[in-house]
Design a protein around this ligand. Structure first.
Ligand SMILES: Cc1ncc(COP(=O)(O)O)c(C=O)c1O
Length: 384
C-alpha cells in the first residue's frame, strides 16, 4: 500500500494506551484480570448501566445475549437487513431463526412498522441496530416489546456515544452489545461488551464466555490460592484479555474528545458536499445524540452519472480508502439459499446497500486528510 493512501477507519492510538499495554506485558498477567474489571467498571459508569461484561467481540456479545435470554431452536428473532452479517449469524449460531424487517429509508435504522408486520407466535426478540451512530425509534420498539412480551437485544456496535431522549442506547432493552473492533469509535483491536440491567444475565454471560466454568475460574490462578472450577454449561472462549482492556481504559477516557473531532469532520463534510447531487447522511432527530460513526453518502447513478462501484474505484485512484456499510443481508448467497430471502423484498435496504459509500471519519483524520477526501469527492463528481 502506498504511504500516501488514506486508510479507512484508522484508529487514534495515543501514548497513554501504549504505556498501559506495555505495563500489562511487564505485569506477568496478560489474560482476563484486573484491567478487564477496571474497563468494565468504567464502561458501565459511562453507559449508566448496572452491569457490563467485557468479551472478545460484539459478535460474541450478541450470541451470548441471545443464549442468556433463553432463546434457541424454534424461536424467531427480528432484525434489520441493513447491518453487518455477524448480527444475523449470531442469531443463527444460537439455533434461532432470523427474520428481517426492512429499514427506514431516511434513518437507515429498522422500521418499527415493518417489525410489527413480521411478528408471529414464534417471535421471541427484536434485535435493533443503531445504524451508523444514529438511534432506532426506541419508544416504538419498546412499545412493541411490551405488547408482545419480547426481549430486546440492542446492537450498539456503531453507537457507543448515542443517546435517545437523554438515555444511552444499550440500556433500553435487556442487553446492549458493543464493538471495539479496529475501525470503531473506541478500539481494543478486537473486543466487545454487553450491558445489562440484570445481575443473573451478567453472571450467565461471564460463565458462558469462559467455557461454562463457574465464576471462581476467573480467579483460579490469582493470589487467593488455587480454586477448583465446575463446568455448568458447554460454554465458549469469548473472554477479553487485559492487553485489550489496557487499550480500552484509555480510549474510553478520550471518548468525548474523539466524538467532538468526528462531529467537526461530519459538519465540514456536510458543508462541503451541500451543492453536490448526493444524498448526505440524515441529520439526527432532536431527541438523539448521534455517535458519528459512519458518514454514508448515497450515489444514485441517475443523478450523478456514476455508479457506486465506479465511485469506489475512483476514490481508490485518488488514494482514499472507503467502505460499504452494507450490501443488504439478502444480497448474500448463504441467506438466499437458506432462508429464500430476496433483496427486492426489502426495497429500502436494497437501494441503500447498492448506493451507499462510507467516507473516512475517524478521530485520527487530520485537517489535511479531511481536505483530501473533500477534494477527491468533488473532483470525481464534477467530472460528470
Ligand atoms: C452493526 C454491527 N454489528 C456487529 C458487528 C460485529 O462486531 P465485532 O467485529 O466486534 O464482532 C459489527 C462490526 O463491524 C457491526 O458493524
Amino acid at each position: 500500500m502506498s504511504k500516501d493512501f488514506l486508510i479507512f477507519g484508522s484508529p487514534l492510538i495515543e501514548e497513554a494506551e501504549i504505556e498501559e499495554v506495555v505495563d500489562t506485558l511487564r505485569s506477568g498477567w496478560l489474560g482476563t484480570g484486573p484491567k478487564v474489571q477496571e474497563f468494565e467498571n468504567e464502561f458501565k459508569v459511562y453507559k449508566q448501566s448496572p452491569y457490563a461484561v467485557a468479551l472478545n467481540s460484539c459478535t460474541a456479545s450478541i450470541h451470548l445475549s441471545i443464549l442468556a435470554a433463553g432463546i434457541g431452536p424454534g424461536d424467531e428473532v427480528i432484525t434489520t437487513p441493513m447491518t453487518f452479517c455477524s448480527t444475523v449469524n449470531a442469531i443463527i449460531h444460537s439455533g434461532a431463526t432470523p427474520v428481517l424487517a426492512d429499514c427506514d429509508m431516511e434513518t437507515q435504522c429498522i422500521d418499527s412498522h415493518s417489525i410489527r408486520s413480521k411478528i408471529t407466535p414464534k417471535t421471541k426478540a427484536i434485535l435493533p441496530v443503531h445504524f451508523a451512530g444514529n438511534a432506532c425509534d426506541m419508544s416504538a420498539i419498546m412499545d412493541i416489546a411490551e405488547e408482545y412480551q419480547l426481549k430486546i437485544i440492542e446492537d450498539c456496535a456503531h453507537s457507543i456515544e448515542t443517546t435517545y431522549k437523554g438515555q444511552h442506547v444499550g440500556t433500553f432493552g435487556d442487553f446492549g452489545c458493543f464493538s471495539f473492533y479496529v475501525t470503531k469509535n473506541l478500539v481494543t483491536g478486537e473486543g466487545g461488551m454487553v450491558t445489562t440491567k440484570q445481575k443473573e444475565n451478567a453472571d450467565k454471560i461471564k460463565i458462558l464466555a469462559l467455557h461454562g466454568m463457574t465464576a471462581d475460574a476467573w480467579k483460579r490462578f490469582g493470589d487467593e490460592g488455587y480454586k477448583h472450577y465446575q463446568v455448568v454449561y458447554p460454554g465458549f472462549k469469548y473472554n477479553m484479555m487485559d492487553i485489550q482492556a489496557a487499550l480500552g481504559i484509555h480510549q474510553l477516557k478520550r471518548v468525548h474528545r474523539n466524538w467532538q473531532r468526528r462531529e467537526r469532520v461530519w459538519q465540514k463534510y456536510n458543508e462541503s458536499f451541500a451543492g453536490l447531487n448526493l444524498t448526505l447522511p440524515p441529520d439526527p432527530a432532536p431527541e438523539i445524540k448521534h455517535a458519528y460513526h459512519l458518514y454514508t453518502i448515497l450515489i444514485d447513478k441517475d443523478k450523478v452519472g456514476i455508479s457506486r462501484d465506479e465511485f469506489l474505484s475512483a476514490m481508490h485512484c485518488e488514494n482514499i480508502g472507503t467502505g460499504v456499510h452494507y450490501l443488504s443481508i439478502p444480497e448474500h448467497p448463504y441467506y438466499q439459499t437458506t432462508y429464500g430471502w430476496k433483496p427486492e423484498d426489502y426495497p429500502n435496504a436494497m437501494k441503500i446497500g447498492r448506493e451507499t459509500v462510507s467516507l473516512p471519519l475517524s478521530a485520527g483524520l487530520t485537517d489535511s486528510d479531511m481536505e483530501s477526501v473533500i477534494l477527491a469527492v468533488k473532483k470525481i463528481l464534477r467530472k460528470r
